[in-house]
Design a protein around this ligand. Structure first.
Ligand code: PMP
Length: 454
């Protein structure tokens, strides 16, 4: 076999890239990384990039946190792997479940582990199907989510995801219903106030429930801030408008906190930032500060009791993954929660979020082609537009956001193109000088690209 020589060519020869702008990779080559230093990653050629997207929203403690690596090593030395079937599970798993319920907004609850956020959403859907059937409502199977939601890529979680790209897989599966995305700036109608927009979405929810039949709906899933849909915070009063409707029809509300969990929005949970109480929380990513593939379903009291009754009826919950509750993942998660909550990381997000917002707002105000800044805490998006007044986007074929991201990469800054926006979601360890480096490089990249396309 003749192996290609360069790292870039080797990557191309043997790797299938998911969610990748292939023309960019074809013309520029893949960036092959060897290690990280704080919020920076370093490639095979020794180039350093400030990763303003925390890897994939998850590396909140940066790329070389010693305490996390030591916790992993210690657990690998002590008990390197186990499952959580047959009534056998590791002490770390027991301790993590206690911890997750303790830091959750629930007064009590139970936890189930998966390997990813997608699987945690899948697991939650199966739990709902199972408990509704066990309660004599096997027809309660439909799942409500929103357009631009991102809940994962497995067949079920991709069906929950509200993105047209899933059509290539023949998804969504039947019974997955997508409601309007609560993005007032983009979807508000002429003359409609933000409050009226929220009320319109609440009416749409109630109309949908009545049209489909409340007794056919298993649950409603929402990210507190839509992440991979383009960092879209809810419109004003959104959760306060939809929650009473869900309660009225006895529809469980699941908060997908895979991105927003553990401090990203300035509070431990996004549901706390937006002041609502879900029936369950989906967690992943930050749960292990990105050091271990792991997801968790955290059930609140009502679903805990109902699921427990359903399980007791058949004396088993026939579900689980080989690595559910993996001891090393749990040991890392315990350390990650401690690091984020007690080593000043969550506080750093709270302290520096206003500075991040105002720096980005200043960039928007200086630019003729940034139409909206949106976000909260340490997750923000700048939306590129051809015309600020009319909100007209650039032609899609110009690939403006990809060009901006590439221009940033050339300057040693990683940020993410999502639709027509540029997303910034830095690690929680970010310092003020590093934040200034983001502002400086981002603004230079924006100027270069807008000069080319405007
Ligand atoms: N839910 C949300 C809100 C996410 O952002 C993601 C991943 N970006 C997922 C679920 C899926 O997680 P995973 O990629 O670990 O399957």
């Amino acid at each position: 076999m003749n192996k290609p020589q360069s790292w870039e060519a080797r990557a191309d020869e043997y790797s299938l890239y998911g969610f990748t702008d292939l023309p960019s990779v074809a013309s520029r080559g893949a960036v092959v990384l060897t290690h990280g230093e704080g919020p920076y990653v370093v490639d095979v050629n020794g180039r350093r990039y400030l990763d303003a997207n925390s890897g994939l929203w998850n590396m909140v403690a940066g790329f070389d946190h010693k305490g996390l690596a030591e916790a992993a090593k210690a657990q690998y030395d002590r008990f390197p792997g186990y499952h959580a079937f047959f009534g056998r599970l590791s002490d770390q798993t027991v301790m993590l479940s206690e911890k997750l319920v303790e830091v959750s907004p629930f007064e009590r609850g139970k936890v189930f582990y998966t390997n990813s956020g997608s699987e945690a959403n899948d697991t939650m859907v199966k739990m709902l199907w199972f408990l509704h059937a066990s309660e004599g409502n096997p027809q309660r199977r439909k799942i409500l989510t929103r357009w631009n939601a991102y809940h994962g890529v497995t067949a079920v979680s991709a069906s929950m995801t509200g993105k047209p790209y899933n059509e290539v897989f023949g998804l969504p599966l039947p019974g997955f219903i997508h409601l309007t995305c609560p993005h007032y700036w983009r979807y508000g109608e002429a003359g409609e106030t933000e409050e009226q927009f929220t009320q319109r979405l609440a009416r749409e929810l109630e109309d949908t429930i009545q049209r489909e039949g409340a007794d056919t709906i298993a649950g409603f899933f929402a990210e507190p801030v839509q992440g991979a849909g383009g960092v879209i915070p809810p419109s004003k009063g959104y959760f306060q408008a939809v929650l009473p409707i869900l309660r009225k029809y006895d529809i469980p509300m699941i908060s997908d906190e895979v991105i927003t969990g553990f401090g990203r929005t300035g509070n431990t949970w996004g549901c706390q930032t937006y002041d609502f109480m879900p029936d369950a929380i989906i967690s992943s990513k930050n749960l292990t500060a990105g050091l271990f593939p792991m997801g968790a379903v955290i059930l609140g009291p009502d679903l805990t009791d109902r699921l427990q009754r359903a399980i007791d009826r058949i004396e088993e919950f026939p579900h689980g993954f080989t690595a559910s509750g993996h001891p090393v993942g749990c040991a890392i998660a315990l350390k990650a929660i401690d690091v984020v909550m007690n080593e000043g990381l969550a506080d750093n997000v709270k302290r520096l979020a206003p500075r991040l917002e105002s720096g980005l707002r200043a960039i928007m105000e200086r630019s003729d082609h940034i139409g909206e800044l949106r976000g909260v805490g340490f997750m923000w998006a700048l939306e590129a537009v051809r015309d600020k007044a009319t909100k007209t986007p650039f032609d899609a074929h110009l690939s403006v956001s990809e060009r901006i991201a590439n221009a940033c990469t050339d300057l040693g800054l990683i940020c993410r193109p999502l639709g027509q926006s540029i997303v910034l979601c830095p690690p929680f360890i970010l310092t003020e000088p590093q934040m200034d480096e983001i502002f400086d490089k981002l603004e230079r990249a924006l100027k270069t690209v807008f000069a080319e396309v405007a």
